[in-house]
Design a protein around this ligand. Structure first.
Ligand code: 13P
Length: 393
């Protein structure tokens, strides 16, 4: 059950002066290596899925494994959409099991970034999901040479940060103070004074993108100025690539399993080094005690239909599955028919919400209102409707 609310998790880090690692994962080796490290260090951890990597794996196929692994963990875990490309990406991520989201509009003018992020925050908060916004531009691509993506750093300003946080309602702010995504030559110059002023102005957990390549001392300075989440990927990817090269040179088994041997181990070792360096080790228990657990709700309706034959009822349910499953916060729509013909209620909807907040946002969502008014209520006869909070302990 240790999927926890990421807002609670990061506020614990913010209040206690350490940072939680948000490690981008692109395969089961990454997933297992990252969680092995968090378990060994007894630390909170964020499993992060970056949309820029979605050509490397099928997001919808990997998410059930991510969620199952997080539920099985003994340490607190949050599942985050990193650098989402659009509002629709965020809805999809939430409905697949992410419990925190970022849509990256940092390349856009401030006004557009603010508008996009405000719309996102309204939707996500309606699902109980915290949001990370990014202001200023961190150039580069995760996993690649920074020289190949030579965008110019656009530093976050204090005044803009304050206005952006106030008008968007974001829960965490990613700032640009000199870091770059990906592999760098040389040591980046970080503007700690700017970071300190932003922290004083906004007072919410700050996020650093482009963790790879920073020195131990730089990490300490970042954390002591309000950074509570550090995004990290390229170094894990490079450790995995080196291991594959070594396997290829030394292994008698040059088939697939020989080439990918011990990727989980080397990814786990680098993750654990970061977790310990950033101060998260040994915090799992206190974080679990502080965090609200992440609990689903089952919206149950049992009902009969009037004026529709069985085929009509099935068509109505097919339309409902299509429309309702796209509403933010809906994890699954199950429709069913009683197996015994004389059962009191012939049909059921079981709609799984990711969080209790979805009870209200779902009821008011235009797609739900239209479906209920035009398709369901006109034919629904006697029925019972109850929302059940999952009991998972
Ligand atoms: P690095 O790949 O530089 O570690 O950055 C990762 C990142 O910021 C993901 O959002």
């Amino acid at each position: 059950m240790p999927i926890v609310n990421m807002k609670d998790m990061l506020h614990h880090a913010y209040d206690h002066g350490y940072a939680v690692g948000a490690f981008d994962l692109v395969s089961l080796d990454f997933l297992q290596g990252i969680l092995d490290a968090a378990e060994r260090a007894q630390a909170p951890v964020i499993l992060s899925l970056a949309e820029s990597h979605f050509d490397a794996f099928d997001f919808a196929l990997l998410m059930p494994a991510v969620e199952a692994a997080a539920i099985r963990a003994t340490v607190p875990v949050a599942i985050h959409l990193d650098h989402g490309a659009s509002f629709e990406s965020a809805v999809k991520a939430i409905n697949l099991g992410c419990n925190a989201v970022m849509v990256d509009a940092s390349e856009k003018p401030l006004q557009d970034n603010t508008a996009i992020t405000s719309t996102l925050t309204e939707m996500a908060h309606g699902c109980g999901i915290p949001v990370e916004g990014e202001l200023g531009y961190v150039p580069g691509e995760e996993g690649e040479d920074a020289e190949r993506h030579p965008g110019k750093i656009c530093y976050t300003t204090v005044a803009e940060a304050q206005a952006y946080v106030e008008s968007t309602g974001v829960d965490f702010l990613a700032v640009s103070i000199g870091t770059i995504h990906g592999r760098m030559r040389g040591k980046p110059e970080l503007d700690y004074q700017r970071l300190q002023q932003i922290n004083e102005a906004v007072g919410i957990p700050l996020v650093i993108h482009g963790g790879t390549g920073l020195s131990d001392d730089q990490f300490q300075q970042l954390i002591s100025n309000g950074v509570s989440k550090i995004n990290y990927y390229t170094a894990l990817s490079d450790a995995a690539a080196r291991q594959i090269a070594q396997n290829s040179a030394t292994s008698a088994n040059s088939g697939y399993t020989g080439l990918v041997k011990n990727l989980r181990g080397v990814i786990g070792a680098e993750t654990e080094r970061c977790i310990r360096l950033w101060g998260g080790a040994g915090r799992a228990e206190e974080v679990l005690a502080r965090c609200r657990p992440w609990t689903a709700v089952e919206h149950l309706i049992v009902y009969n239909v009037e004026g529709l034959d069985s085929i009509g009822a099935k068509n109505m349910m097919a339309e409902g599955r299509r429309v309702l499953s796209a509403i933010p916060g809906v994890r699954e729509v199950f429709t069913g028919e009683a197996m015994k013909e004389d059962d009191k209620y012939r049909y059921t909807w079981l709609v799984r919400f990711c969080h209790p907040s979805v009870i209200d946002s779902y009821r008011e969502h235009p797609s739900h209102v239209a479906f209920a008014d035009n398709h369901f209520r006109p034919v629904a006869g006697e029925r019972i409707s109850i929302d059940y909070l999952a009991i998972e302990n």
